[in-house]
Design a protein around this ligand. Structure first.
Ligand code: UT7
Length: 330
């Protein structure tokens, strides 16, 4: 029987219009543009403002644009997954809310959470359904409103994060698409990057709010070291396994820190021009970084181009995914 691959047949993203610059942050905490740029590569990030807005309000315009661009009718979508750490609400799933808002009526939809590695986990899960022939059109949405869990009095974390949504359409293809992925988890790393309260262990209370336990806690240096070594090791592993040529390969790294991205690119022997980077404009938008950067490089990608996607995040979770791009620029 002929193998079926799950191919990305379109990518779109949405970032909210409000921008928080390093100069703005200089007025909020004891920091400087120079520190933020040299330590992270970030110059500004987009923030979703407005009462009552959640990640579905960023995902919906991205999904609508993607459906239009790919000529896909909402009723033909079979499955919707949303990867996020900041859902609209604990339940129901944001994927259900997005489906309702764009008129997707014949799909099953659910959320998943693998923190910053969510996009790779989600593509891997979705591809299994396509490869077995069970479904034909899947939307994979990565969306996060990190501004809702960022403490803007904590200079260690507030320069890092931003808000965005990105989405890809996956469809069956005889040749192009997702070829392989290697995913890993180490739950013992959970204490280095997490949100202390708001879950079943420690529900929200006056005390948890007063103690600022609904914000991101990160031990930056530990996460930095792990991110560099794990992302580089696993990307080299998938590159060697498939004999991927450094001069033809595109690296699509999670955008958490420019120094991490550059270190991974160097370990893989890639020229900087083969590494997708847009962290300077958006910061770390968690599960949205990969579709967001891919949407900005889409016009450079040609059918058959090899791409390695890689990420590291809370959990710890990390991975690398190898795919063959399925279409030429429009
Ligand atoms: O997406 C999920 C995965 N997340 C990541 O991959 C993030 C990984 N971590 C990082 O990107 C980096 O560790 C950070 C950007 C968070 C921090 O950079 P660093 O080079 O590891 O700095 P550091 O935490 O070691 O801090 C160095 C110094 C400290 O001062 P002292 O103790 O040396 O006097 C900090 O207090 O920089 C200070 N510092 C700041 N100074 C100005 C920390 N934040 C700031 C700031 N502005 N915003």
């Amino acid at each position: 029987m002929q193998k079926i691959f799950a191919a990305i047949t379109g990518v779109e993203a949405f970032t909210p219009p409000d921008i928080l610059t390093n100069a703005d942050l200089e007025k909020m905490v004891d920091t400087s543009d120079e520190w933020i740029v040299t330590r992270t590569g970030i110059k500004e990030r987009h923030i979703q403002k407005g009462l009552g807005l959640g990640i579905s309000d960023m995902a919906v315009p991205a999904v609508k644009k993607l459906l239009e661009k790919t000529g896909t009718r909402p009723e033909d979508v079979d499955m919707v997954i949303c990867s996020t750490v900041t859902p609209d609400m604990i339940f129901p799933a944001t994927a259900n809310i997005v489906s309702d808002k764009v008129g997707i009526k014949n799909a099953f939809s659910f959320d998943m959470n693998a923190a910053c590695c969510g996009f790779l986990y989600m593509l891997t899960v979705a591809s299994q359904f396509i490869e077995t022939g069970k479904v034909k059109k899947v939307l994979c949405i990565g969306a996060d409103k990190m501004s809702t869990i960022t403490d803007y009095t904590d200079r260690n974390t507030c320069p890092l994060f931003g808000d965005a949504a990105g989405v890809v359409l996956l469809e069956p293809n005889a040749e192009f698409g997702i070829q392989d992925s290697i995913l890993r988890t180490d739950g013992s790393g959970r204490k280095h990057l997490y949100m202390k309260a708001g879950g079943s262990c420690k529900p929200a209370s006056h005390e948890t709010v007063d103690a600022k336990e609904h914000y991101i806690y990160q031990d930056g240096q530990t996460v930095f070291k792990m991110a560099v070594s794990k992302m580089a090791d696993i990307s080299v592993e998938i590159m060697e396994k498939h004999n991927l040529p450094a001069d033809k390969l595109w690296l699509v790294p999670h955008q958490a820190n420019l120094r991490i991205i550059e270190a991974v690119g160097r370990r893989m022997g890639l020229d900087k021009s083969r590494v997708m980077v847009n962290i300077q404009k958006y910061g770390n938008t968690t599960t949205a970084t990969i579709p967001l950067v891919m949407s900005e490089y889409e016009h450079l990608l040609k059918k058959g181009d090899p791409l390695v996607l890689t990420a590291f995040g809370g959990g710890f979770t990390w991975g690398a995914l190898y795919l063959k791009w399925a279409y030429d620029p429009a």
